[in-house]
Write a protein that binds this ligand. Structure first.
Ligand code: FE2
Length: 430
């Protein structure tokens, strides 16, 4: 074999048949064996020593055309969504393809080091030059040997509101963009918003493409485009291929209305993506106290049987000055904002940045089982909850069967009389 990871702990639920640690054998970019005491040898062996091995993190919602542009041409002084959009408008004319590619590649380096090996990125198609589209199609090609980059044609200024946007979107799809995006709540009227959803879903159905719209990213409880998105998905037979991103208006909606909406989404097989870091910072901005959190109804949707994932959305761009590609930080924030502090809830937050996100992207061969792609992460944690709590170090990241990143464990050396010489921030009760 090419690589064996020995004494790995798998996440509960991921492999219930394995009560103890297992060895993972990898050959020609595939997992070929998952069993205790694997009787084989390999060119390279890694001893996990009981630590958690998980399939890679997946970010289902990102903006790679804007990432790492923090401070260009100035910083977002108010930190609001509207100043962010204005700032992006100021930056767009100055974008060059080389700089865009360079920033995106740098972000992908960070992602790999964080064990984040699949990203769905929206790309703005409202600039008729389609410069960002060209750049990200090139980035997708360059990172393909180690990272799955899926692109969404995103009409940031509204597919109906912005002249020529639908034609640009079609051109972007022809250039290799994978998914149809939209932004119904940004169209001029509610009616235009609903019309944009119909137009884009029909186009996607015709082309056999997936759909992922920025949908109802607002505090307005009457912003109900998700209803139209679910109805269109049902009408066009696109179950399992359509996603509503953000859905923040649902936070403020009437409970009775939501009790009808959730089964509608479930019936249509529409998935949901919350972006906890961004929702908590951008929503509720016009509130006095109490201030709404703005994140969509994550645990309620999960209970209703809807696939829910968490996205990073932004890292060091006009909307958000923080972040480093760490999906455990995203899960950590989501867990807090949604008050998912029960054991089951915490585990589901881990699923929201791994298996649920992978399902939304439609990734094939995702998982730790024979036959799966050999993409995995060795974390300095014993289980998913500890991984979230510590934002655990990625001791080793394996992509396509090769170790592509290594990092040291987080340890501190102490110099205290009568106390241990080192701490690792884990509970030791033996
Ligand atoms: Fe977004």
């Amino acid at each position: 074999m090419d690589l064996i990871i020995r004494r790995a702990t798998l996440a509960p639920g991921a492999a219930p048949q394995h009560k103890h640690t297992v060895d993972i054998g990898i050959e020609a970019g595939r997992i070929v064996a998952v069993e205790p005491n694997l009787a084989a040898s390999a060119a390279e062996e890694i001893d996990a020593a009981g630590s958690l091995v998980t399939p890679p993190f997946v970010d289902p919602h990102f903006h790679m055309d804007a990432t790492l542009s923090y401070g260009l041409p100035r910083v977002n002084a108010s930190g609001t969504l509207l100043e962010g959009i204005a700032l992006w408008g100021e930056l767009k004319p100055d974008l060059t393809q080389e700089a865009l590619i360079e920033r995106a590649l740098q972000y992908c380096d960070w992602a790999v080091a964080r064990g984040l090996l699949a990203i769905r990125s929206h790309v703005d198609v409202c600039d008729p030059r389609l410069l960002a589209v060209e750049a990200l199609v090139e980035v997708k090609r360059r990172v393909a040997p180690y990272l799955d980059l899926q692109l969404v044609a995103f009409p940031q200024d509204g597919v109906l509101r912005s002249a020529g946007a639908f034609e640009n979107l079609k051109r972007a799809i022809a250039m290799g963009v994978d998914v149809v995006g939209g932004i119904p709540h940004f169209e001029r009227t509610m009616a235009d918003g609903a019309q944009s959803v119909r137009l884009l879903c029909e186009f996607a159905a015709e082309q056999g493409l997936r759909v992922d719209m920025h949908c109802d990213e607002s505090d307005d409880p009457m912003s109900r485009h998700i209803e139209t998105l679910a109805a269109e998905t049902h009408r066009l037979g696109m179950q399992g291929r359509v996603t509503g991103s953000h859905l923040t208006s649902m936070h403020s909606m009437d409970n009775y209305y939501v009790s009808k909406l959730l089964p509608l989404m479930r019936e249509a097989g529409v998935a949901a993506i919350a972006n906890p870091l961004i929702n908590i910072t951008l929503q509720g901005r016009s509130d006095s106290y109490p201030k709404r959190r703005g994140m969509t109804r994550v645990p309620e949707m999960m209970t209703a049987g809807i696939t829910v994932a968490f996205g990073h959305d932004c890292v060091m761009d006009p909307w958000y000055s923080l972040g480093s590609g760490d999906m455990l930080e995203v899960a950590h924030m989501g867990l807090h904002v949604a008050q998912m502090t029960g054991v089951d809830g915490m585990r589901k937050c881990f699923d929201a940045v791994t298996v649920n996100a992978a399902r939304i992207l439609g990734l094939e061969g995702y998982g730790i089982a024979p036959g799966c792609a050999a993409n995995l992460v060795l974390l300095d944690a014993r289980d998913p909850v500890e991984a979230i709590r510590l934002r655990a170090a990625r001791l080793a990241v394996v992509s396509r069967g090769k170790v592509v990143s290594r990092a040291p464990a987080a340890r501190a050396a102490l110099s205290l009389e009568g106390r241990p010489s080192q701490v690792d921030f884990k509970l030791h009760r033996d």
